[in-house]
Design a protein around this ligand. Structure first.
Ligand code: C2E
Ligand code: MG
Ligand code: MG
Length: 734
């Protein structure tokens, strides 16, 4: 028998098994990473691609290297570190090609062909470079047919991997996981098959020696490489799973937002309408009136500066008529608010029927209406219109079965005669209206410079306000916010009161705007922050568990030291930031969000809860809600009032609640006055309720008693939001 030309070679079966295992696991992780690379945002995509290529390349290479270490030629073998390292780099390159293609949405034939060819080349380079790390003398004799077969397998495995990677995208859930596991086994088999085919192509001449026995070798090394690769792949898989869970949560949020978006446009339109429309009468509101007034003044000013009208006649003028009902309060008091509202609607209708289509009529609020007319002889036209308006209201009106006659006082001011800037025109008309009232009402008066009584009064009030903090005339009242379903108290809102020595309690609606205009709001606001925190600390010491909300004025938001002031107050009174809520109106929030490094962000960063007050009265779009760092949204009282009668109000509330919940914000309804409103708000999913139906604002020392009175009543079962159960925990206002 002729001596054998080549040595007998075999493989360690244990290491062969390990190699296949590593290959299958690497394939599984690769398929997972490919999905991450495809679905991630552009920035994250690059990171997934780089990290994924490293993990996947190392996995494939580890399979190959462990296979090599399991190679037994009946003599000591070792591998040179340099070529071994290069073979690892080639594996990472093959992985980079595969994951690079995975970013695409589709895999065309050109990409498939190009991609699988470059992957096959990289895999072959990995393998044959790895073999070159084995220095055999005389050299290995290759069987060309089997080498070709190994190249074909590498190419086929690459093409299959790419195909599977794209095909798996069509599947979801458990089905995808099953298919992915199956595909990983097939791919692992193909990669392993390529390796062992290539090994079979190598023939070691009999009597050959290995010159690299001092290089890398041995079973322990195989264990280390396989273990490290499995750890790396396991880490990558874990990261991929965590990321997938996060993405699923985001997708859920996007889905809820999309659902909310269905009604969003309609709700936005309704919001916009409400921003410019008086909900009670459907007339333009103060905002729209001011806007029209400004435009009209600007137009007339332009005409005057260009030399007046072309026909040389008198220049265009503009008159504002300020209409205020005489004795409306007694009607409201004796017939009730609903009758009062009906009267206001009827007044709106009569005034509208009297003015011309080209005039603007608006309701400013309460029983105040304004009209604007443009005419060359504006003063005379306005006085004549005023008389017709007075007459139109004189016709008797039936309220609750009784005939009532209305009367009103009207003040008229003309631009540019009484106010050449046009800014104070409304104030002038208001002053003239007061003059008409002082003259006994039921009449009209044209503005005269001496009439500015209103301004003088404001100056007096403002002077008194300056010392109010030091004299201890300011106080905070507290109004509870309760859980809509279970009735527990969830917080108290601090509301400012001024105990004026002569006028009695003055409403913040009167003096806060004054304080803002005269630069006093900073000091008053600082007092509120400190007082509210001190009170909360006292309540905590008494065992009352709740949060306190303060109102912040837009002027305060412009003070850069506001966040520091809030932090200091919290620290001084040893309160956790989450126990404080800051209420800021929607408009002020929007304004501040546009400022650089907004004060709002800094307050939110303290851990204080931000709440959007009077939501729905500003001009913002619902879409902006996403960008505000607020956790709570307070729906304005006007929506609650309109809930029963207006489909718009209902639609807006529904959309706002849905959107707020999708953004994980809490929804508070303000100004809840009746059982019907409360029930409707609970049905709509509002989280908290606040209003006279629950409790009126009260002095701080009345709060513990109020809490006690509620606790004496049994709490309803969780989830029971029905009529009776709710009433048991709500203190009914007197
Ligand atoms: P707001 O923050 O929207 O407060 C709610 C207002 O509605 C309060 O009026 C409250 O007494 C009243 N209210 C509560 N429930 C009902 C109800 O069921 N029906 C009716 N009709 N009204 C209800 P208040 O206390 O007169 O405050 C008016 C506004 O003054 C506040 O509106 C807030 O914007 C401002 N304000 C109050 N305190 C402060 C303060 O400390 N700082 C600043 N900057 N503004 C304050
Ligand atoms: Mg508020
Ligand atoms: Mg409010």
């Amino acid at each position: 028998m002729a001596p054998a030309l080549f040595l007998d070679t075999r493989h360690d079966p244990l290491l062969v098994g390990v190699a296949f295992l590593v290959a299958a696991f690497a394939s599984y992780v690769t398929l997972d990473l490919a999905r991450r690379v495809h679905t991630a945002a552009p920035g994250a995509r690059r990171r997934w691609w780089a990290g994924g290529s490293l993990a996947m390349g190392t996995g494939v290479w580890a399979m190959h290297f462990v296979g090599m270490l399991g190679f037994d030629a009946g003599m000591p073998l070792g591998y040179r570190a340099g070529p071994t390292l290069l073979s690892w780099a080639a594996a990472v390159g093959a992985a980079a090609v595969a994951l690079g293609l995975a970013t695409r949405d589709r895999l065309g034939p050109v990409a498939l062909g190009g991609g699988s060819t470059s992957m096959a080349v990289a895999i072959c380079v990995m393998h044959y470079l790895g073999m070159a790390a084995l220095e055999i003398a005389p050299g290995i004799v290759w069987r060309p047919a089997i080498v070709l077969l190994s190249v074909a397998i590498a190419w086929g495995a690459s093409a299959a991997a790419l195909g599977i990677l794209f095909a798996l995208r069509r599947h979801r859930g458990v089905r995808r996981l099953q298919l992915q596991a199956l595909a990983a086994l097939v791919m692992g088999g193909a990669i392993g098959g390529m390796h062992f085919t290539a090994m079979a192509a190598a023939q070691i001449p009999a009597g050959a020696l290995c010159l690299s026995t001092d290089g890398l070798s041995g079973q322990p090394l195989a264990a280390i490489v396989a273990g490290a690769a499995l750890l790396l792949l396991g880490g990558a898989l874990l990261l991929s799973i965590i990321d997938a869970l996060g993405s699923a949560r985001e997708a859920q949020l996007a889905h809820s937002l999309q659902r909310a978006n269905v009604d969003l446009r309609e709700a936005n339109d309704a919001l916009l309408r409400r921003a410019f429309e008086d909900p009670l009468t459907g007339l333009p509101n103060r905002a729209l009136f001011n806007d029209r007034l400004q435009h009209a003044v600007a137009r007339i000013a332009r005409g005057t500066s260009q030399g007046g009208p072309p026909n040389g006649g008198p220049a265009e003028r503009l008159a504002v008529l300020f209409v205020d009902l005489d004795g409306f309060k007694p009607i409201n008091d004796s017939f009730g608010h609903e009758a009062g509202d009906e009267v206001l609607r009827e007044v709106g209708r009569r005034l509208l029927a009297t003015v011309r289509d080209s005039d603007t009529l608006a309701r400013l609020g309460g029983d105040e209406f304004v009209a604007m007319i443009e005419s060359r002889d504006a003063a005379a036209a306005a006085l004549s219109l005023a008389q017709r308006l007075i007459d139109s209201l004189r016709r008797p009106l039936r309220i609750a079965g009784q005939e009532v006659a209305l009367s009103c006082s009207i003040g008229v001011a003309v631009y540019p005669d009484h106010d050449d800037g046009g800014q104070r025109l409304l104030a002038c008309a208001d002053a003239a209206m007061y003059a008409a009232k002082r003259a006994g009402g039921g009449t009209c008066a044209l503005y005269e410079p001496g009439m500015g009584g209103d301004a003088a009064e404001q100056v007096l009030l403002q002077q008194a306000l300056r010392g109010a903090v030091e004299r201890g005339e300011l106080m905070l009242y507290y109004q509870p916010k309760v859980d809509a379903r279970h009735g527990q108290v969830r917080g108290l809102e601090a509301l400012l009161r001024w105990r004026h020595p002569e006028r009695g309690i003055v409403s913040p609606a009167v003096f806060v705007p004054l304080a803002e205009r005269f630069g006093l709001i900073g000091a008053i606001g600082a007092w509120v922050i400190d007082q509210a925190c001190a009170q909360l600390a006292r309540w905590h010491a008494q065992g009352l568990r709740c949060r306190v909300a303060i109102n912040l004025s837009p002027y305060q938001l412009r003070q850069a030291d506001l966040p520091a002031r809030i932090r200091t107050a919290l620290e001084r009174h040893q309160l956790h930031p989450s126990q404080l809520v800051c209420e800021i109106t929607e408009t002020a929030m929007m304004e501040n969000m546009h400022a650089e490094r907004s004060v709002l962000d800094q307050i939110a960063a303290l851990g204080v809860c931000l709440s959007i007050d009077d939501f729905g009265t500003g001009y913002s779009s619902l879409a902006h809600l996403r960008n505000i760092p607020a956790r709570q949204i307070k729906i304005d009282r006007s929506f609650v009032v309109d809930l029963a009668g207006s489909a718009d109000a209902h639609a807006v509330l529904e959309a706002v609640v849905r959107l707020a919940h999708a953004l994980r914000m809490e929804v508070v309804a303000e100004g809840v006055e009746t059982d019907e409103q409360r029930d409707a708000l609970v049905r709509l999913g509002c989280d908290l309720l606040q209003g006279y139906r629950i409790a009126r604002p009260m002095p701080a020392d009345a709060v513990p008693q109020w809490f006690e009175a509620r606790q004496e009543r049994p709490l309803p079962q969780a989830g029971a939001a029905g009529e009776g159960s709710f009433q048991t925990v709500i203190a009914i206002p007197r």
